[in-house]
Design a protein around this ligand. Structure first.
Ligand SMILES: [Zn+2]
Length: 261
């Protein structure tokens, strides 16, 4: 169903022809009119999603993908769980303070759904690794705090021709940008110059979690072929005043990342 030479959605790997009785029971509440078809659920099962990082936004995003039945969830995050993470990193708890996040979070995800595979990468991928991961995934959920990482994941997604969902947060505001390479603005079109990075920005866990969950919803829609994804649009929810907004994003024909496709 590829509509573009670089696009690979829905997932490449054909899954089994039908859900098992246990799968049908497990996913019963998300199957039906207005949600997923059985074919859509099978597409999720055959899909691979990379989520990096898995803190305040990526954690709930990875959790929602795992619970929805995405067959292979790859999470990447370096470092150990520390006390200031506890206001938003829902895959961790006080029990794992001081422990490596990727390993602990992956173990927790496996307890939520043993019908899927969870891979843990205990660091943030560099350019080469991000590109290799993109080549074996169907979608990337970009949830890092730094623009350098976000733009790196964008380059990898565009090079591999897979969709990218970029989630960002600050304070009580969350934003989503959903990229379909070659058809919509990519992240580099939107941010031609890397904005300055604030190492320790304020954020409330409720907006992190909401933004991550919405990122997962976009991924579930794209991977399953359900609904209307936010392709080419920027969704902002200003939680401080309770105001959502959506704006169309324009491609930059001279974009060094996607201008040639
Ligand atoms: Zn671009």
């Amino acid at each position: 169903m590829s509509r573009h030479g670089h696009s690979r959605t829905p997932p490449r790997r054909p899954g089994p022809l039908q859900l098992s009785p246990a799968e049908r029971e497990r996913y019963d509440r998300q199957l039906g009119p207005g949600v997923l078809s059985e074919e859509g659920q099978l597409r999720l099962k055959g899909a691979s999603a990379l989520v990096t990082r898995v803190g305040g936004m990526g954690g709930p995003a990875a959790q929602m993908l795992a619970m929805a039945g995405v067959g292979n969830v790859i999470i990447a995050h370096g470092g150990e769980m520390i006390s200031p993470d506890l206001n938003r990193q829902v895959l961790g708890s006080e029990n794992v303070l001081g422990q490596p996040r990727a390993t602990e979070f992956a173990a927790y995800l496996r307890t939520m759904n043993r019908m899927i595979n969870v891979e843990a990468i205990d660091h943030e991928p560099d350019d080469a690794e991000a590109f290799e991961l993109a080549r074996r995934c169907d979608i990337i959920l970009s949830c890092p705090p730094t623009f350098a990482e976000r733009l790196r994941l964008n380059r990898s997604a565009v090079a591999a021709g897979i969709p990218l969902i970029d989630a960002a947060q600050w304070g009580m505001t969350g934003t989503l940008i959903v990229v379909r390479p070659g058809q919509t603005a990519c992240l580099q079109c939107v941010y031609p110059n890397e904005p300055p990075f604030e190492e320790l920005f304020p954020v409330v866990g409720a907006i992190s979690c909401a933004t991550g969950a919405l990122a997962a919803l976009e991924a579930i829609k794209i991977l399953s072929g359900t609904g209307k994804p936010l392709f080419g649009r920027l969704l902002t929810y200003d939680g401080f005043v309770g105001r959502p907004s959506v704006v169309e994003l324009k491609r930059n024909p001279n974009c060094p990342v996607c201008g040639h496709i």
